[in-house]
Design a protein around this ligand. Structure first.
Ligand SMILES: [Zn+2]
Ligand SMILES: [Zn+2]
Length: 253
């Protein structure tokens, strides 16, 4: 990693950076699996923990890379990139944001310009692709989660969201992605550092690849999913947090 090989399809200064040094693994040619969490929230949106804590959790959990995908802001990504650069961490930071389209949530990876919220899914996907990024529909069939309830013409589908392992949302997303022949990825959708890595996408890339190659591998379906079950204590604390949030929302009305 880290040889800075550029991709001509990126435009408008959106050239993805690659902060993963790779060390002994930078030999070009042979294939290597990268373990990535593509869906994480920090305190820049509704996550509990700060970016620094999240990065630490990612490294401790043996991840090779992470996308901080806060709601409608790239600030989490910029902060992560700064920390990784300044501290020389061996972690690939993928530019990411979870965009609130008019139809539901959509993950944008590989863009350094914020896609506007409130546009249609198709318009948002076009915005992302023009800038060299990829569009992944997140938790497409989960009830109450700003889901699209359809699979637009996107680059990949989140078929494993670690927050929604109960119910049929993940099952249905997988089924529809298979039917459409779209690449299938996982994400933890972590809202706290300790749940980072509960939904891992293993991406097959060549040694010495850069961020553009990683995105291309996802788009090309050279991915598999590694899902870890949430421990009961973490599940209970997530539920308590969710219930409190609902209660606060109700009290505000
Ligand atoms: Zn979402
Ligand atoms: Zn999310």
């Amino acid at each position: 990693m880290g040889d800075g090989k550029g991709k001509s399809r990126t435009k408008e200064g959106d050239q993805p950076s690659n902060r993963r040094s790779g060390g002994a693994r930078s030999r070009k040619g042979s294939s290597t699996p990268l373990r990535l969490d593509l869906h994480v929230h920090s305190s820049f949106s509704d996550g509990r923990d700060g970016v620094e804590e999240i990065l630490k959790a990612a490294l401790e959990g043996g991840l090779d890379g992470i996308a901080i995908t806060d709601h409608d802001t790239l600030e989490g990504y910029f902060e992560a990139e700064r920390i990784v650069r300044e501290e020389g961490l061996d972690l690939l930071v993928i530019p990411g944001v979870e965009v609130s389209t008019s139809e539901g949530h959509l993950l944008a990876l590989g863009v350094r310009k914020l896609p506007p919220s409130g546009r249609s899914a198709d318009e948002t996907i076009e915005f992302i692709r023009v800038r060299g990024g990829i569009a992944i529909v997140s938790h497409p069939y989960h009830l109450f989660r700003h889901s699209m309830y359809r699979i637009p013409d996107c680059d990949a589908v989140e078929v494993y969201n670690s927050k929604y392992v109960f119910g049929i949302a993940n099952f249905w997303a997988k089924r529809m992605a298979e039917r459409r022949g779209l690449p299938m990825v996982a994400g933890s959708d972590a809202h706290m550092a300790r749940t980072v890595g509960l939904g891992v996408t293993v991406v097959d890339v060549e040694e010495g690849s850069d961020l553009g190659d990683v995105l291309e591998s996802i788009r090309g379906g050279r991915v598999k999913i590694d899902s870890k079950r949430m421990s009961p204590s973490v599940f209970v604390s997530q539920m308590v947090r969710w219930t409190k949030k609902r209660l606060r929302r109700r009290l505000k009305r």
